[in-house]
Design a protein around this ligand. Structure first.
Ligand SMILES: [Zn+2]
Length: 312
């Protein structure tokens, strides 16, 4: 799944056409009448988490004023190509993605052989972007205090970190790397974290996501990652790989049992104390994991396609 840093890069790529008019359109979306964009000028672009917003308006000199906002969400397989369409490839990874969505959802032509092609995304027309800048992990306005409080719920941290309402832009890579950096077990309940540990995790999320933007994509130079898709952690321990989480937040997760043990951290808030009472506070890490809570089972799923774990 594209994560915030990747979508931000795509926003920069798409931004090269700002100020240009849409000549014609293509794509198989049924959600938006793309023809209405023809002749309109691409005047603004915003990226928030995994969403991209594009604004199209009439020329200021025109007699009538039209303003259209499109919202793209790239989902699990979405991608953006500039001045090129996807072509068949022998790579298993490509085949997996090709099967998911062989046709571009949206194509916006700005000139001969100058276009943006959106694949595998959902697109819709909206009034205007609704953005809470305090939830975007890539922005300086990201609210660390609020996010720290959000984390201290009776849910596994691997689940909470993927909640875009508070951690917009965080995907599976950021999640796994931040958890390793904070030495936290993915199934640790947020309610058992001390405020200091929760803050450490929130800061690790922001640090990794911003470093990703600064250094480029971590997909190919995997050497820069500590735990994601690794067989051994940086200290040489065997990495465990399993599907963890629940419902829409179930993802293949990587962790080191030695570096990231389940911690019986004493909670300090009233809410967390209630949680501790329910779990008796004496359980070993194994018990906590096994009996955890029927609401948050370890979900075991088969991979749907070759290479899908790279984008889970
Ligand atoms: Zn380790």
């Amino acid at each position: 799944m594209p994560e915030g840093p990747t979508v931000k890069k795509w926003g920069t790529m798409a931004g090269q056409f700002l100020g240009r008019s849409v000549v014609t359109t293509g794509g198989n979306t049924k959600k938006v009448d793309l023809q209405m964009l023809q002749g309109l000028c691409f005047t603004d672009i915003q990226v928030h988490g995994k969403q991209m917003f594009m604004k199209f308006t009439t020329d200021p000199s025109a007699q009538t004023s039209i303003q259209v906002w499109l919202r793209y969400h790239f989902g699990m397989w979405g991608t953006l190509r500039v001045n090129e369409l996807k072509s068949l490839s022998n790579s298993a990874l490509y085949r997996a993605r090709y099967i998911q969505d062989p046709k571009p959802r949206v194509v916006l032509y700005f000139g001969d052989e100058e276009f943006l092609a959106f694949y595998g995304c959902s697109v819709q027309q909206i009034e205007a972007p609704l953005i809470d800048e305090e939830t975007d992990v890539l922005l300086d306005s990201f609210n660390v205090e609020k996010s720290t409080s959000f984390l201290r719920q009776e849910k596994p941290v691997c689940h909470l970190l993927l909640d875009q309402r508070q951690f917009a832009g965080v995907g599976n890579i950021v999640k796994n790397e931040a958890l390793y950096s904070s030495r936290l077990h993915p199934m640790q309940l947020g309610s058992t974290l001390s405020s200091e540990k929760a803050l450490e995790l929130v800061e690790a999320v922001g640090d990794f996501a911003k470093k990703w933007v600064k250094d480029g994509t971590p997909y190919s130079p995997m050497r820069d990652l500590s735990i994601y898709c690794k067989k051994a952690c940086p200290l040489g321990h065997k990495v465990v790989r399993d599907m963890l989480g629940h419902e829409e937040f179930a993802r293949i997760t990587y962790w080191c049992a030695w570096c990231q043990p389940m911690q019986p951290t004493a909670p300090s808030t009233e809410f967390a104390e209630e949680v501790q009472a329910e779990t008796s506070g004496e359980k070993s890490s194994d018990t906590l994991l096994a009996e955890g809570s029927p609401k948050w089972p370890i979900v075991m799923l088969k991979e749907t396609s070759p290479g899908s774990h790279l984008y889970a």
